[in-house]
Design a protein around this ligand. Sequence first.
Ligand SMILES: Cc1cc2nc3c(=O)[nH]c(=O)nc-3n(C[C@H](O)[C@H](O)[C@H](O)COP(=O)(O)OP(=O)(O)OC[C@H]3O[C@@H](n4cnc5c(N)ncnc54)[C@H](O)[C@@H]3O)c2cc1C
Length: 354
Amino acid sequence: MIEPNCLWGWECAMSIHERDGFSNAKAPRAAVLGGGVSGITCAGALAEAGWDVTVFEKSRGIGGRASTRREGNLTFDHGAPCFSEEGGPFAETVNALLGSGSLAPWSRRTAQIRRGRIEFSEDCALRYVGVPGMSSLPRRLSRGLRVLNGREVSEVRVTGSGSELHFKAGESEIYPLVIVAVPAPQAAVLVSGIDFLSNAVSRARFSSGIVAMAAFSERLDVPFDDASVDGSDLSRVIRDASKPGRGDSDCWVLHGSPEFVERRLEEDSDESAERLLSEFSSILDRPLPEAIFSSGHRWRYARTTKPYGESYAFDSKAGVGVVGDWCLGDGIEEAYASGAAMANHLLEVSGVSS
Ligand SMILES: Cc1cc2nc3c(=O)[nH]c(=O)nc-3n(C[C@H](O)[C@H](O)[C@H](O)COP(=O)(O)OP(=O)(O)OC[C@H]3O[C@@H](n4cnc5c(N)ncnc54)[C@H](O)[C@@H]3O)c2cc1C
């Protein structure tokens, strides 16, 4: 979070205000690029303080890697299957959302599968899920926010009077303040003209992921809901149907192992899903029930393997910041913490909290 050109808070405040032609009568304007947990958390905190914030999200839905794939009545948490919390502000948010019904604890039967042997492992750590799907978390956090879907930003060009956002569709808009909330390798392209931020994003590393989603015609009779798998093309198998508020169909999400992902990253993801299903059948040593739906999904940037090491990075002269799970580590809680820390900083240095 080291900020060049900003030794004191008031200097940052000045650059934010000047860029916006700020006066007390006018709320600062900001654009947040990316509608995942980090971007929405940051945007939500700024909007709550009266800022004029717009979230630009490239896909049709919200939540990024904490989203839910829907196929008719079937739902699959094809990114993060669940999350935990370690206390602090995120725990307060989780508690508030538990009361609203959009989150619930997930009590699951856990196991470890090694060379086809199922060993029961008691995982006492509390895990939470969105209800009726993981995307309920980002959706609730984004309530009241201006989120524009289908708006992919291809370039952030810093000018003397703000940053020009160039959209893939061809148009452009100018904002005094821009927060980039996308995985580090994608952020690298957007902030390539800002040395300080380029350096920050280049410190983080990501791994890719491949998942198979399948719904079976009848319930698969296995004594676990969430199993980690060793020595296989699978690394984890999850009965999504065991989560609270899901439908009646037996929906599963199977995660490929790192070796499988490395081999298959550029291959057709539906074919990869077929292979993961066949591997599941092979480690259970029996045929699976007929799949009424199956599909694969590739996450080119799935998990942080090496974090940046600070909550966020902000270049006050450019008026551009970067946030994301990858700043602090890996996971939804880290994404939330990064977005919240960036917003706190902006509110503090601008002196405009409401
Ligand atoms: C398979 C898998 C399993 C996981 N398991 C867990 C788990 O068990 N527990 C846990 O806590 N976490 C888990 N995670 C990680 C968790 O999902 C992430 O840490 C968290 O969701 C990251 O949020 P984020 O806002 O930092 O990034 P993202 O969710 O990646 O959000 C970035 C958003 O930016 C958008 N975007 C990208 N480029 C642009 C652009 N140019 N213009 C506009 N929009 C753009 C994307 O569409 C996306 O919506 C898992 C992730 C995956 C993929």
